[in-house]
Design a protein around this ligand. Structure first.
Ligand code: AMP
Ligand code: MG
Length: 333
């Protein structure tokens, strides 16, 4: 006769660290005998792998070596790099070019990249020259089995809009593989959650806003507080709260519009997207930031994307959500 297994009491673990110029954290439930240091090492190693492959700031990362490689050279891609590139190519196509993983030179030109020059306004000729140098489409340079990417000369990849999301996915994947039954993983604000807490409920997170949202100006109503359940789901947020600079009274964001080569003007304050993976959520949040609230919301409705835009309306901050985002989130009392 089969004896039902004794339910194992799960213990809570909180882990934190630094990666990609930001911080990461994990909350997990697992057998209380698990060594938290070993779990920390698993998470940090996953993120270190991504940095070693995809950081534009690490001199010998695979991405930097590709960007600097001789024209005509062909590069074998490590697994995580190839996973991110596939997703980036897919979302570049589906977003009709609003997302572009080959904007490295432009990002750098505007002072948002690894070059020491900070936040300067490039001249038209300089901008034009870089845009002309973009070369063939990235998809045409990519080959599967085994994954390889050709450098035709001058292509500079930048995965900063998608790598943090992939980091959250990869940490979750490795913790699950290490028999951690439930975890909420956060990398630089991008979140992926799986499994259930010991009381049977899924992870519930508050949709990230900004300081103004929780401290509205006197006499104005803040947007509603929303929560999202993350059970095999992710939420990522893009916005110009932390990055960007002012020029002639306008705020320039670190999101670049690939059609103009220029930073997006007056970008939404924040754009949050719920997706099956944090990598997809991260890339879509960037793509919809580039589109802007008006076009982005219509696009999200047409493509059934769960998106929330936080925008300025005079003195007030207001939210605009797609039907799918409304379905997947709950307004807290
Ligand atoms: P995120 O915070 O996820 O929106 O990522 C912003 C970063 O992605 C920027 O600092 C750039 O490195 C890069 N980036 C800027 N514009 C784009 C774009 N249109 N498509 C893809 N990556 C971009
Ligand atoms: Mg992003």
């Amino acid at each position: 006769m089969a004896v039902p297994a004794e339910p194992v009491a799960l213990g809570g673990v909180s882990l934190a660290g630094a990666t990609m110029g930001t911080t990461w954290s994990v909350r997990a439930y697992c057998a209380p005998t698990r060594n938290p240091h070993a779990l920390h090492a698993i998470a940090q190693a996953a993120l270190d792998d991504i940095v070693a492959q995809m950081s534009p700031w690490v001199e010998d990362s695979d991405l930097v070596r590709y960007n600097r490689a001789a024209p005509g050279s062909v590069h074998a891609l490590p697994e995580a790099f190839a996973d991110v590139l596939r997703c980036a190519l897919d979302i570049a196509t589906r977003s009709e070019g609003a997302f572009d993983p080959a904007l490295g030179a432009l990002v750098d030109l505007w002072g948002f990249g690894p070059s020491p020059s900070r936040h300067r306004i490039p001249g038209d000729a300089e901008l034009q020259a870089l845009r002309m140098r973009r070369g063939p489409s990235l998809r045409a340079l990519f080959e599967e089995d085994p994954p390889r990417l050709r450098q035709p000369g001058g292509v500079t990849l930048d995965f900063c809009a998608i790598a943090k999301g992939h980091g959250a996915d990869l940490v979750a994947h490795r913790l699950r593989a290490a028999n951690v039954p439930a975890a909420l993983v956060e990398v630089g604000g991008e979140l992926f959650g799986y499994g259930r807490k010991p009381d049977g409920t899924p992870w519930r997170v508050v949709v990230e806003g900004c300081a103004e949202e929780s401290n509205p100006r006197p006499g104005t109503e803040p947007p509603p507080l929303r929560t999202v359940e993350l059970d095999g789901r992710a939420i990522a947020t893009s916005g110009d709260r932390w990055h960007g600079f002012e020029h002639e009274g306008r705020r320039l964001s670190h999101s670049i519009d690939p059609r103009t080569g220029r930073p997006v003007h007056d970008a939404p304050v924040a754009v949050s997207v719920i997706e099956a993976s944090a990598m997809q959520a991260d890339a879509w949040a960037t793509a919809l930031t580039v589109m802007g609230a008006e076009v982005g919301l219509a696009f999200a409705e047409r493509h059934d994307i769960a998106a929330r835009f936080l925008v300025r309306d005079g003195e007030r901050l207001v939210e605009r959500v797609s039907a799918r985002f409304d379905d997947l989130s709950e307004i807290a009392d």
